[in-house]
Design a binder for this molecule. Structure first.
Ligand SMILES: NC(=O)c1ccc[n+]([C@@H]2O[C@H](COP(=O)([O-])OP(=O)(O)OC[C@H]3O[C@@H](n4cnc5c(N)ncnc54)[C@H](O)[C@@H]3O)[C@@H](O)[C@H]2O)c1
Length: 338
């Protein structure tokens, strides 16, 4: 592909996930990439490692007219203002999850997208994992009848997976930290894409073990997605990095063992699970898939990514869970306001 036909991409925030996006967009060979960060040492490293140009001021870069799309990889409180400015400058956006840490500016962001007719998506990466794509595609056939219950159980040794978390945005809910906004939100967003948005949540959470922080590392949520009951539990300290998602329907169940990259069906009358194994992927794999999907979307192909509307709904779930944990009562997503 010639340089002229490649999309010109600005990666805003080149920390742990921004660097990964930068690398994956380069790997598509369909984009040129410029790194943007307020940290000069980080920019030097991006330039040296990937031979990309660098800029320090995202507002100046967006106004320059040099970029067709921006990947917003700063901590959550900056996502909406940067996303909005990008759309207003005629720049498409892929915004990292969670969409924000409050509803402030979210309605205006959607209006900016509509006014500009730009493309926008939220970087909930689970949409690019083949085991989840396969299970969701099968579930859409509704062969087991209506889904009645969803159970999600996950845990991980966060301190091993993300060294430095205690000095990052993770340490404070105000910057998007804690297990609800940072970790549980992935499963919630994906389950919402399968069974529809959650209406209400009852949440309990606490800091149980993760060293160096006081934010919640453990969450239990009982949610209703329409007339479907869902239960989510997550901790960020158990040694095993495992997530299991089970859908119980009228005539059987579908179980996804994310950590084993397999999904299975136990239909009425069966005596055991029938498993479907999915080959292993590189760590960058789902992010490369996401980069291609975003570039496809820019070229007018149907989006397979999380929409702004779906990202805003999952943000409501996050905020409802936090409010419920605070009040000890069930919180309805529709009752949340800016
Ligand atoms: N999709 C995923 O799997 C995934 C994984 C990790 C993080 N994330 C999300 O990505 C976002 C960033 O997370 P991270 O782990 O990369 O954080 P990080 O702290 O490692 O990196 C954030 C970067 O943003 C830069 N930054 C902050 N303000 C800026 C500004 N005004 N202009 C330019 N740069 C600025 C910081 O200097 C830093 O380098 C968070 O919202 C997080 O939840 C998503």
């Amino acid at each position: 592909m010639s340089v002229a036909s490649k999309k010109s991409i600005l990666v805003v925030g080149c920390g742990s996930i921004g660097e990964r996006h930068l690398r994956c967009f380069l790997q598509t060979k369909r984009a040129t990439v410029t790194a943007c960060d307020t940290n000069p040492a980080l920019l030097q490293r991006m330039a040296a490692t990937y031979q990309v140009p660098t800029v320090s001021d995202w507002a100046v870069a967006l106004a320059s007219g040099a970029f067709q799309a921006a990947i917003v990889c700063t901590p959550a409180p900056f996502h909406v203002p940067i996303g909005q400015r990008a759309l207003e400058a005629g720049v498409h956006v892929l915004i990292e999850k969670p969409l924000s840490n409050s509803l402030a500016g979210v309605a205006e962001l959607l209006r900016a997208r509509d006014r500009s007719r730009g493309q926008a998506a939220v970087g909930y990466t689970l949409h690019g994992y083949p085991v989840l794509v396969a299970a969701k595609t099968w579930l859409a056939r509704a062969e087991l009848g209506r889904i009645r219950q969803v159970v999600v159980t996950g845990g991980q040794p966060f301190h091993l997976l993300r060294p430095g978390y205690a000095q990052s945005y993770y340490r404070d809910r105000k910057s998007g930290g804690g297990a609800i906004q940072d970790a549980l939100t992935h499963s919630v967003n994906w389950v919402e894409s399968v069974v529809g948005p959650a209406d209400s949540v009852l949440c309990d959470c606490a800091h149980q073990l993760l060293p160096g922080v006081e934010v919640e590392d453990t969450v239990h949520v009982s949610a209703r997605h329409g007339d479907i009951l869902a239960n989510y539990t997550l901790n960020q300290f158990q040694p095993a990095n495992e997530t299991t998602i089970q859908f119980n329907a009228e005539r059987g169940s579908v179980k996804i063992e994310f950590h084993r990259r397999r999904w299975g069906v136990f239909a009425e009358g069966a005596t055991d699970w029938t498993w479907h194994e999915i080959p292993a992927m590189e760590r960058d794999g789902p992010f490369l898939t996401q980069a291609h999907a975003f570039l496809d979307q820019l070229e007018g192909r149907p989006s397979t990514l999380c929409s702004l509307e779906a990202g805003a709904q999952t943000l409501r779930f996050n905020l409802a869970a936090l409010a419920s944990a605070q009040s000890g009562t069930r919180v309805h997503c529709r009752d949340l306001h800016e």
